[in-house]
Design a protein around this ligand. Structure first.
Ligand code: NAD
Length: 319
């Protein structure tokens, strides 16, 4: 993929052994940036960055970012991606999720400040909750239940955004926030509970695809290469605010399931199951800001991204 990032000398990627983080590490190393990948492997795995182990400039530091951590070489970019991210993971690790967003963000910012580095927080479309404005632009405040089951994730990210913003405004942090919408691609775990890997796993196994509710709720899915480009475009900019990074091509969950069945050539049917509490009804980014300021927009059609992802799942069935 084309790399338009400046040559950062060294980037720290927290959560770098996870799904999105491992793609960020790969793109940065490919562009000549040294990378310190920091991860506690609570939801990620060293396997996700094993292909980088012998590359010049790559190092892997096992650390939990909820505790202070340091890097004893110069760093000019900190990408803070460490957090459980799938509902199954954050419901299993509720306090760790809250602390990764609060203490983890504090420690990642402290690292960036100590090096005078640019800081980018990975936030999420979940800060919009079950939105009452559609599509969601960055000025929308969200509609979040502070004590619902998803709150451990949503509120951790909202706090992380508030902390990052306070550090920018009060202490001159060179920071920005990316609000990522559902991203999919290789190295997602087959059992992580998110819709794309679940549907692909079920379709490849010939099992029914479990669609929640009536499947009419919408999602916008972004291929991971596009997300990585968007994150690095924000990092390279002088923006100091939240930026939506997502695909405005919205589809219903039922349409997504049918598309996966078609692209896998599976004979699987659809089974409707109960919808989780506080599951958002609609989700679609307004990406006007990223288009205007960064000339960024997703380039990978769902058919192409899903075809590549399905090919990866066929090759890595036991991931
Ligand atoms: P993931 O679970 O695959 O990756 C998260 C990584 O962070 C894992 O490797 C995990 O081991 C590590 N981690 C978690 N807590 C940690 C801690 N305290 N210390 C050190 N490492 C820790 O999830 P992902 O989908 O790659 O998400 C990465 C980031 O992007 C998260 O911050 C998530 O909130 C954000 N995000 C992702 C999506 C998406 O669709 N994938 C959407 C919105 C936001």
């Amino acid at each position: 993929m084309p790399v338009s990032t400046p040559r950062w000398r060294r980037a720290v990627v927290t959560g770098g052994a996870g799904f999105v983080g491992s793609h960020l590490c790969t793109t940065l190393i490919d562009s000549g940036t040294a990378v310190v990948c920091v991860d506690d492997f609570c939801t990620g795995s060293p396997d996700n960055v094993a292909h980088l182990a012998d590359r010049d400039g790559f190092s892997l530091l096992r650390a939990d970012v909820t505790r202070p951590f340091g890097v004893d070489r110069p760093v000019d970019l900190v990408l803070h991606f460490a957090s459980p991210a799938s509902p199954g993971d954050y419901l299993r690790l509720p306090v760790h999720t809250l602390e990764s967003g609060s203490l983890g963000t504090r420690n990642a910012i402290a690292l960036a400040r100590s090096h005078g580095a640019r800081f980018v927080l990975a936030s999420t479309s979940e800060v919009y909750g079950d939105p009452q404005q559609h599509p969601q632009n960055e000025r929308y405040w969200g509609h979040v239940n502070p004590v619902g089951p998803r709150s451990v994730y949503d509120e951790a990210k909202r706090y992380a955004e508030a902390l990052t913003t306070a550090e920018i405004n009060a202490h001159g942090l060179n920071g920005a926030i990316v609000r990522l919408f559902n991203t999919y691609g290789s190295r997602m775990r087959a059992h992580d509970g998110r819709a794309v890997p679940t549907f692909i796993r079920q379709a490849l196994a010939g099992e029914p695809l479990t669609v929640t509710g009536d499947g009419g709720q919408t999602r916008s899915i972004t291929y991971v290469d596009d997300t990585v480009e968007g994150v690095l475009a924000v990092a390279a900019s002088d923006l100091a605010q939240p930026v939506n990074i997502g695909n405005p091509a919205e589809m219903t969950v039922l349409q997504l399931a049918r598309l996966v069945v078609e692209l896998t050539g599976s004979g699987s049917g659809i089974e409707f199951v109960e919808r989780p509490t506080d599951d958002p009804s609609v989700r679609c980014p307004d990406i006007g800001l990223a288009r205007d300021k960064l000339q960024w927009e997703p380039r990978t059609p769902a058919v192409e991204g899903l075809t590549r992802t399905i090919a990866w799942f066929r090759e890595n069935p036991e991931n």
